[in-house]
Design a protein around this ligand. Structure first.
Ligand code: FAD
Length: 401
């Protein structure tokens, strides 16, 4: 594939850059800068989503027929790169990147007409109800039960690690509708209004001290049968389709390049043991260069996968390869950045991480987020399927072993 941008692509990049530079307010930039994990502070991300929606750009990968911008893969990559370059808040992927493509493929006309516009506008904020205590990698063993009663399912059970469930007003959820046959054959995919009586959301605080994930409890929660996507007991196919988009529906390398740019900035500012700058230390510079080479290799693989996707439609098993490699390089970059700043990574500075706070940072301003970022990125090799699971998928479906 040709890597050079055509004059049209360059014009598109300039258009996107100009829009982002004008639309990103100071507080949104600050929220982007203070992001220490996979997502930005909820309100900032939500506002940025709405601003992008106003321009028709809130779902970069959606086709025009469903209200997306209908961009080519190159345009999508340019857009993501420009957002990362500008330090825009990170958007929640559960609506546009996960349940959106599922509804386009498996939803009824009514479901598409109702949900897709509300995903685009972020009126509906989604969370993902897949994992349960004891059912993560072995997802098909899930126990959360949905029993038919008239026109409703009655749901009982629990979901764990549910990201941003405290902010979501909708959940796409895997439930057990049958215990007959293989576990995969008794699962259904349903859409739940989080305001339904019987739902309780309890926080789970992460290593970095953040409230990002939750446990959600269902106690006789009534969900209309009309909210099921696809056939009853056919949810496993839909669940796997969604996971391909969770792992491969986004671009990985723009964020990685932004993390390496921050690492370079820190290494230029910090001192090495010999009194010179860390960036000039041959050993440290080599480790940055190795990480950057890996990021560039990932970028090329990603662009190849995107180009294949443009021909064929869905990310496929190669998304596991991208997710695996991205999470490993990301963790390495975060570790190097913590190593570069040294002692100033240690203070816990929760107040200084809140956009608009007047808490003085201890040490350089860029130090505030480095340790929480490192700690939050420890989860990158676990969420969306652990590295061991990704390797098994690659062995089976990519390498044919
Ligand atoms: C920060 C964070 C956010 C998350 N957000 C969500 C969310 O929004 N919604 C949601 O539904 N889930 C979410 N998850 C859950 C995530 O998908 C699971 O944590 C993940 O699938 C692993 O499952 P588990 O935690 O049950 O670990 P386990 O499955 O118990 O795995 C424990 C260890 O055993 C290894 N292992 C397990 N099975 C195998 C095997 N067959 N072969 C080799 N090794 C194996 C795993 O790789 C891992 O190292 C989130 C998790 C985290 C950490």
């Amino acid at each position: 594939m040709d890597q050079a941008l055509t004059p049209q692509d360059q014009a598109f990049r300039d258009e996107v850059r100009t829009f982002i530079d004008g639309a990103l307010t100071d507080d949104l930039r600050e929220a982007g800068r203070l992001t220490a994990g996979a997502f930005s502070e909820f309100n900032a991300g939500h506002r940025w989503h709405q601003i992008l929606h106003g321009r028709g750009w809130s779902a970069p990968s959606w086709p025009a027929e469903h209200g997306g911008p209908g961009w080519s893969e190159t345009e999508r990559y340019i857009f993501d790169s420009e957002c990362a370059r500008a330090g825009a808040p990170l958007l929640l992927p559960m609506g546009t990147r996960m349940v959106g493509p599922v509804l386009m493929r498996f939803g009824t006309d009514e479901q598409k007409a109702h949900y897709l516009p509300r995903i685009l506008s972020a009126e509906h904020v989604w969370c993902q109800g897949y994992s349960e205590p004891g059912s993560g990698s072995d997802l098909a063993s899930l126990q959360c039960r949905a029993v038919r009663d008239g026109n409703d399912y009655v749901v009982n059970g629990t979901k764990l690690w549910t990201t941003y469930a405290q902010h979501a007003n909708r959940m796409f959820c895997l439930v057990r509708t049958s215990t007959e046959g293989k576990p995969q054959e008794g699962i259904s995919f349903i859409l739940i209004d989080m305001a339904t009586p019987g739902i309780t959301v309890e926080p789970v605080i992460t290593l970095a001290g953040d409230h990002e994930v939750n446990q959600v409890f269902f106690d006789d929660v009534r969900v209309p049968i009309a909210n099921r996507v696809g056939e009853e007991n056919q949810g496993w196919t839909i669940a796997k389709y969604l996971l391909e988009f969770e792992r491969g529906g986004d671009t990985y390398s723009p964020g990685l390049h932004a993390a390496i740019a921050l690492l370079r900035r820190v290494a230029k500012a910090e001192l090495a043991g010999d009194g010179g700058r860390l960036a000039d230390d041959a050993g440290f510079a080599l480790r940055i260069a190795e990480a950057e080479a890996d990021a560039i290799a990932l970028e090329f693989t990603e662009k190849r996968a995107m180009s294949e996707m443009a021909q064929g439609g869905q990310p496929g098993a190669a998304s596991s390869l991208l997710k695996l490699r991205w999470s490993e390089v990301l963790q390495r970059v975060a570790e190097l950045t913590v190593e570069a700043i040294g002692y100033y990574a240690a203070p816990v500075q929760r107040e200084a991480r809140v956009a608009g706070s007047n808490a003085e940072p201890i040490g350089p301003d860029y130090g505030v987020t480095l340790m929480p970022t490192h700690l939050n990125h420890r989860a990158a090799t676990i969420y969306a399927g652990s590295s061991e699971i990704q390797r098994s998928i690659i062995a089976k479906l990519v390498l044919g072993l």
